[in-house]
Design a protein around this ligand. Structure first.
Ligand code: GLA
Length: 331
């Protein structure tokens, strides 16, 4: 059976490094896509990508996705291992999501592959399945934000996601707000300090309980200075997401921008996931008339920054629109 699937990338507007403690995030699926075209059937998954020199060829039964070759096949193998599809897929992939730039190219690949392989089930289960696939394939204990944003995107809306309840509330992006993404540097979370941050949050929770319920004074009670900084970021960031959703609802774009920039400062000073180049770019953006606020977006240590602006303010970067989530276009 002939199948065409599109899976968007995502940009996170606010709520960074909160998803793996069940906190609040507010990403949106963006008008950059990975597209799959091919035929479902047979007992192998065979894919060629315009961006990879080597194709992948996988069986339907996989025990160790982390060992698949070439390296990009691990993400697909993770999905196959978790999903155990009844049929294979032979096709081609193309993408205009910049790869390894913090816009979730790997998650778009995984959510798209699951749909190409005939996934049937809820969006939440799809996000969970592809999160497990990602964790197995990469060895990085990433949260569920990206998969959920890609799977549940709503045109014209940012998504207020509670990563504990796994509830998604679409919030309209005001017409007079432009979202601009600027690429800073390629990066991978494999081998980065991402896993250290997850471990630090677990250590915090062993002291003060679930971070998603913790208050600033709980965070301040932690004596270890590094753990205290991490906890202060997460507790304040969850508050910022709530306030940001309110600012968008009431059209207070100045306040929305202020919250975004505050979030960046917190990632820079307390969570230490920014880089000097990202800090410079954010500072310059924030000094530009018409820019409401700017911040690093995604896991950090490189990737992209996102700016909220008056329409037409910036000539450099990609103006992105909020779009619907991954779906089968023809089947
Ligand atoms: C990466 C991970 C997400 C999330 C962000 C940080 O994008 O895949 O789960 O943790 O970093 O907010």
């Amino acid at each position: 059976m002939s199948v065409r699937v599109v899976a968007p990338g995502r940009v996170n507007l606010i709520g960074e490094h909160t998803d793996y403690t069940g906190g609040l995030v507010m990403p949106m699926a963006i008008d950059r896509y990975t597209e799959f075209k091919g035929d479902r059937g047979g007992d192998r998954v065979q894919l060629r990508s315009f961006d990879e020199p080597d194709p992948l060829d996988l069986p339907l039964h996989i025990d160790h996705p982390e060992l698949a070759e070439p390296a990009w096949a691990r993400y697909v193998a993770g999905v196959v291992a978790e999903m155990r599809p009844e049929e294979g897929f032979v096709g081609r992939i193309s993408t205009d999501i910049p790869i390894g730039a913090g816009l979730s190219s790997s998650h778009a690949l995984q959510v798209g592959v699951a749909l190409a392989l005939g996934y049937r089930g809820s969006i939440i289960e799809l996000a969970r399945l592809t999160q497990r696939a990602e964790n197995r394939a990469s060895g990085v204990p990433t949260g569920i934000m990206d998969q959920l944003a890609i799977a549940s995107g709503v045109r014209g809306h940012a998504l207020l996601i509670d990563c504990d309840a796994l509830s998604v509330e679409p919030i309209p992006v005001p017409d007079d707000l432009e979202v601009v993404v600027q690429f800073i540097a390629h990066r991978t979370l494999v081998g980065s300090e991402y896993a250290d941050r997850v471990a630090e949050c677990r250590a915090v929770e062993a002291i003060i309980g679930p971070l998603r319920e913790a208050t600033e004074s709980d965070a301040r009670s932690i004596t270890d200075p590094v753990l205290r900084m991490r906890a202060l970021h997460v507790t304040a960031e969850n508050q910022r997401v709530r306030a940001f959703a309110e600012a968008l609802r009431s059209g207070d774009l100045v306040d929305a921008g202020r919250l975004v920039t505050e979030g960046h400062d917190s990632l820079r000073l307390l969570y230490e996931t920014s880089t000097p180049v990202m800090d410079d770019v954010v500072q310059r953006l924030c000094a530009t008339p018409g820019v409401y606020g700017a911040r690093m977006t995604g896991g950090g240590f490189g990737g992209c920054v996102v700016a909220l602006t008056e329409p037409g303010t910036l000539s450099h970067g990609w103006v992105v629109q909020a779009v619907d989530g991954a779906h089968v276009v023809e089947a």
